[in-house]
Write a new protein. Structure first.
Length: 133
């Protein structure tokens, strides 16, 4: 099993860093079409240990997220499904600001689906934390 800190150096906890960045946000909506709940599990486990006043809603999707969920009063973060090129796209929207990035997996094998999902969850949390800092 791929451990969360395998993506970063040392024992950085990307979920804790991400949750810390949510403190002053009015509301957070996360749509995940890639990790089969791994991303939500990482965020919610951290939130249970360190509750926030900020409402956080996590949606696991079977298809890619749509921009229709972008809301004026919320930080909206989306993770697209994996492409045939082994890339995924992450986006973010808050108060008229937009972020978008396409990321390539280091694992290019369909046999490593679980590892790929775990890697994508950790790297997504890392990039979102950087965007929000």
């Amino acid at each position: 099993e791929l451990k969360p800190w395998t993506v970063g150096t040392g024992k950085l906890d990307f979920a804790a860093a991400f949750v810390e960045r949510l403190k002053n946000k009015p509301r957070v909506i996360i749509e995940d079409a890639l990790t089969s709940g791994i991303l939500g599990e990482r965020v919610m486990t951290t939130l249970r240990a360190n509750p926030l006043k900020t409402p956080v809603e996590i949606r696991s999707l079977s298809g890619s997220p749509t921009q229709s969920t972008t809301q004026k009063d919320a930080l909206t973060l989306c993770v697209s499904a994996l492409t045939e090129r082994f890339t995924w796209k992450i986006t973010g929207h808050l108060d008229g600001q937009e972020w978008s990035e396409e990321i390539e997996l280091p694992y290019k094998s369909l046999e490593l689906v679980d590892r790929s999902r775990r890697y994508a969850a950790e790297w997504t949390l890392h990039r979102w934390s950087q965007w929000l800092s």
